[in-house]
Design a protein around this ligand. Structure first.
Ligand code: GDP
Ligand code: GDP
Length: 439
């Protein structure tokens, strides 16, 4: 689970500059889910070799919001809600501003760890500049120059170290979680995620656990079923949800992203009554980009007319071709129909995502495939494919070695890939192929 750092402060204090510095040279988080966020930007940062975190940039708060500014301030407040750590940026050149005090008042009331960061201290004496800001009452101000990178790495080191430690009890649950298949249930608000989570759990006795020190509403539910261990990662937060309205407000992109990244198998829930929406498509592309295995549930299948069902099936053909590796289930989470079968698909997707194949097996398979249908000749030389080995799992990667592989036509690659998928009986997980040339 990645820690989440939110950047807040008045406009022009340097939030975007800091955001860009922290996330630069990193792949974008693909948090590009249009229609779900407005002014918040999400990115992934990295400290050292392996400490990753999520950064949220916000529109900026002035403390005196009306109209569009009010909307921006609301975005900032939601970002604070999603964060584990809040960095409150102020402008060291402009000095203390009344609006800073308004924001500080708000931050003092939240339970999140907040740090006061004085930016634009380049060319100034940091010790003198921060003197101005002690009176704000958020502890020792930290001086940086985001535009030049000064103090930025030590700032992140410092704030990540301050994250609360996991308690004894939560460590125990985490050990339980590590044992089994982690299933993330994701989807738009109101599609039936909570209802499905309850159905999947059935009568199992569970200890619901909110991971301490991370995003507030992430709920991990380890349990046993037929002697196997599972953990449901519930992005809807079944325990706290009091009304549908509240669930809508609590829908969190960060939570969804983290759950997907942390899962072995993603169960993507779609409300069949709404058809396949743009937002469903975006979320699905994100899941597929992360390489997670996938099971799709078309929910609320109860009480739909034959015509409506045909319409949805037609949409699936047309829009979901890119997800055709996933099993699809038409279910009613409310009545329970079709839900039990989903476990078979989850197991299958997990087994395929984690499968291990020996180099000799893959190479034999490659030889058979090539014997059936040779690659074409390029410049009068036949392209030779010599051997194959596994380059990784979850998602599986198959590396194929030969010569002139760069010249392999797309149609031949597809032939090869489809054969591998068929013979290895891979279902439920995306699979990646890499071609390596020895000359
Ligand atoms: P935001 O509105 O809070 O996102 O602020 P921006 O990141 O857009 O920065 C506002 C202005 O401050 C830009 O002109 C930046 O170049 C400038 N700025 C940001 N960081 C620094 C810094 O460390 N030193 C100086 N001198 N200027 C900075
Ligand atoms: P979430 O926001 O995705 O967790 O959605 P909920 O599980 O809270 O469900 C939203 C609404 O859809 C609730 O009123 C559920 O009773 C209803 N619902 C969930 N699953 C089904 C289903 O299979 N059929 C029907 N008819 N309603 C459902």
């Amino acid at each position: 689970m990645l820690p989440v750092i939110a950047l807040v402060g008045r406009p022009n204090v340097g939030k975007s500059t800091l955001f860009n510095r922290l996330t630069k040279s990193r792949d974008a988080l693909v948090a590009d889910l249009p229609g779900l966020t407005r002014d918040r930007k999400y990115g992934e940062g990295q400290l050292g070799e392996d400490q990753n975190y999520i950064v949220i940039d916000t529109g900026g708060i002035t403390g005196d919001e009306q109209g569009i500014d009010y909307e921006m301030a609301k975005q900032s407040l939601q970002a604070i809600d999603e964060a584990d750590i809040v960095l409150f940026l102020v402008d060291g050149r402009a000095g203390l501003n009344p609006a800073d005090e308004v924001i500080a008042n708000y931050l003092r009331k939240t339970s999140k760890p907040c740090h006061l960061v004085v930016n634009k201290t380049d060319g100034l004496n940091p010790d003198v500049v921060i003197g101005d800001f002690f009176s704000i009452g958020l502890g020792h101000p930290l001086a940086i120059a985001a535009a030049h990178g000064r103090g930025v790495t030590s700032l992140i080191e410092y704030v990540l170290e301050e994250l609360p430690e996991l308690t004894e009890e939560s460590l125990e649950v985490m050990a339980q979680v590590q044992k089994g298949i982690k299933i993330a249930v994701v989807g738009r608000p109101n599609v039936g995620k909570s209802t499905l989570v309850n159905r999947l759990l059935g009568e199992e006795r569970v200890v619901v656990f909110d991971k301490a020190g991370t995003t507030r509403d992430s709920v991990y539910i380890p349990y046993e079923r037929d002697g196997r261990n599972y953990t449901l990662i519930d992005t809807a937060g079944i325990r706290r949800r009091k009304s549908i309205r509240e669930a809508v407000e609590k829908f969190s992109i960060v939570k969804t992203l983290q759950a997907v990244k942390d899962a072995h198998v993603v169960v993507m829930v779609i409300d069949a009554r709404d058809g396949i929406t743009e937002q469903d498509m975006h979320m699905l592309s994100f899941v597929i980009d992360t390489g997670r295995s996938l099971v799709i549930a078309l929910n609320k299948w109860d009480g739909m007319t034959a015509e409506e069902k045909d319409e949805v099936k037609e949409q699936i053909e047309r829009k979901l071709e890119f997800a055709d590796f996933a099993r699809m289930h038409f279910i009613s989470a409310l009545h329970g129909s079709g839900v039990g079968n989903m476990y078979d698909s989850v197991e299958e997707a997990y087994d395929c995502a984690m499968a291990k194949w020996s180099t000799s097996k893959l190479t034999r398979l490659l030889e058979d495939i090539v014997a059936d249908h040779q690659p074409p000749a390029i410049n009068n030389r036949r392209i030779k494919l010599r051997y194959a080995h596994q380059g990784g799992s979850n998602p599986p990667i198959i590396v194929i070695h030969g010569n002139q592989t760069k010249s392999l036509p797309g149609s031949y690659k597809r032939y090869l890939e489809n054969k591998f998928i068929k013979v290895l009986a891979i279902k439920g997980t995306p699979i990646r192929f890499e071609f390596k040339s020895s000359e």
